[in-house]
Design a protein. Sequence first.
Length: 163
Amino acid sequence: MAVGRRFLLRIGGAAGLVLGLSGCFEPTGPVFGDWYGYQTGAADGYDRSVSLVLNGTPNARSGAYHYRAVRRMSGVGWATTVSGNSDRWDGQWQAHNVTVDGQTLTRIDLDKLPPNERHSYILMAGHVLVPVSVGGSGPDLTKPGLESRLVPRPLTAYGYGRV
């Protein structure tokens, strides 16, 4: 009887561990979108790698966000070469429609970001996020290719929905 009891306790402990770790492998709630990309020309002059997760159902118009930026600084000498300086912010996002050149687009605004981070994006075709042009309401299409744009992370990607 004691062997059976010990076995059940071990199985129960292992099940508890698996359930506890399951949050490390899956998003904790519905994810509206998960994006990543490399952004150039930020207000502070440093390029950065950005990860952005917007929580919410697929048709949500607002919710919580998780934003992570890893700045890449370079220069001459040891004093100015720093790589991997990472910052993370959480806050609320809100989507609303804007009209640009007669076309209705969805603009996503992030609150509580410092001024040197891009805090407004336009949701384009293919679920790509393009930063809003400085002082404008439309997408900043001055950069060639996907420069400064955030592309959607595949649903099957490791870490989807986590920053």
